[in-house]
Design a protein around this ligand. Structure first.
Ligand code: ZN
Length: 436
């Protein structure tokens, strides 16, 4: 009797679960096979909670999930438009099971917990395809932090137009690429959309006029009219560049530059073609100094670097609930908005006493929906080269010089979006606050 009752309860549970549509995991991006049968115990403990967690994140428009062990629990954060929100707590065991499960699904080695690993998988929910990037970072004693970045493949936010590249910015990218030499680099902190911007930079270069090759691992991102090739086994980067040059390449797109050796090689080969890649640095000014440090030769960097772009993503106001207000003229002057600014926008600030207040369903009461890119460009013009080689430049002095030379800066771009009512002053302040 007890057994029978138990089984009925199980059946009822199953029926209930079927009502909620869960995300489907469609295999690692690497194309590797995932054997759930061989990992049956892990699948039993981790598959359903992993599905529930990812489904919840996708339905809340999250762009990243972070699972981190904290004492006896695993803290989950969901990042919506880059801002973290609590995503609930799992027990330590559940957190571990979900972490291991997602690693397995992304084709990572679940036995390895002492090295950083990254991979990804394809997923689908409600007929929307997604790409999930999975990265595990060791925290010691077998503990790991898991980060899942989410890309909605239906929202093709990867063209220069969709990302908001200005005409001037596009013209500068094209002029730099037309030199058929030197480096065009995009930099920014992790998870700031640098990769998406780098792809848009590659797309800005006219593939009908120039021969563009790629040796970057592109996952599911498509680059039309660009020839994909790879570093052949046994070949090093200079040999590969030589081979691609024989195919009359004008430009080469590479994976993110993470080590001094690769950077040195590209600068040494700077006359062969134009190289486009991304580079982990806080911003363009810090990036230039990092390149000088890695190569140990400021002259080489100044000669080989054509253009360095950095970016920041900023949340844009929800048009359904944004609220207009008249800003204090003193604040307008202090932040550097045009003096004629009469109206700015911000998220709604409902009176707590107001019984009639209807929260906005479009943005889920966050006041913001989606993000826009702010871009900063440092072009290695003759004046800029001269400046970089005289004295010892600092990030601040490079930025100052760039402004003096009329180059587009992140702050100016941010203020332009505030003046246009696309974002708020509060959001601008939040985005530029040093990370805590
Ligand atoms: Zn809204």
């Amino acid at each position: 009797m007890i057994f029978g009752f138990g089984r009925r309860a199980d059946d009822a549970d199953l029926d209930e679960e079927e009502e909620v549509e869960h995300v489907q995991f469609l295999g690692p991006l690497s194309g590797a096979e995932v054997n759930l049968g061989q990992n049956a115990r892990l699948a039993e403990a981790g598959l359903l909670p992993a599905k529930e967690l990812v489904t919840d994140a996708l339905l809340r428009r999250a762009d990243r999930i972070r699972i981190e062990p904290k004492g006896n629990v695993a803290a989950v954060s969901l990042f919506v438009d880059g801002k973290p929100y609590p995503g609930g707590r799992l027990s330590k065991q559940q957190g571990l099971a979900v972490t291991q499960m997602l690693k397995l699904l992304a084709g990572l080695n679940i036995k390895e917990r002492t090295k950083r690993q990254s991979g990804g998988l394809k997923a689908e929910l409600e007929e929307v395809p997604y790409e999930l990037g999975v990265e595990s970072s060791p925290l010691g004693e077998g503990a790991e932090r898991l980060s899942v970045t989410i890309r909605n493949l239906k929202q093709k936010l990867d063209t220069p137009e969709a990302l908001g590249f200005s005409d001037d910015m596009r013209a500068k990218i094209r002029t730099s690429a037309a030199l058929k030499r030197g480096l065009i680099l995009v930099c920014g902190p992790p998870y700031s959309g640098v990769t998406t911007t780098t792809y848009a930079v590659v797309r800005t270069v006219d593939a009908y006029i120039y021969n563009i090759y790629s040796i970057a691992g592109t996952g599911t991102r498509e680059l039309s009219h660009i020839t994909e090739t790879e570093i052949k086994e046994g070949d090093d980067l200079p040999t590969t560049i030589q081979r691609i040059r024989r195919m009359e390449a004008d430009a080469l797109f590479l994976d993110p530059l993470r080590d001094a050796e690769t950077v040195k090689t590209l600068f040494a080969e700077r006359e062969k073609m134009c190289y486009i890649s991304e580079f982990p640095a806080k911003d363009a000014a810090h990036g230039i100094l990092q390149l000088m440090k890695w190569t140990g030769d400021p002259k080489l960097v100044v000669d080989g670097l054509s253009l360095i772009i950095s970016q920041k993503l900023i949340r844009t106001l929800c048009k359904d609930c944004r609220e207009a207000y008249r800003p204090n003229p003193k604040i307008v002057q202090k932040v550097g908005l045009p003096p004629e600014t009469k109206v700015l926008y911000r998220p709604p600030q409902p009176d707590p006493e107001d019984q009639e207040y209807q929260p906005c369903t479009t943005c889920g009461e966050t006041g913001y929906i989606g993000r826009a890119g702010l871009y900063e460009l440092i072009e290695l013009t003759d004046e800029m080269k001269q400046f970089l080689l005289s004295g010892s430049p600092t990030p601040q002095s490079i930025k100052q010089q760039a402004r003096k030379l009329g180059m587009q800066s992140l702050q100016q771009e941010g203020l332009r979006l505030v003046a246009e009512g696309r974002t708020s002053l509060e959001e601008l302040q939040r985005a530029f606050k040093p990370a805590s």
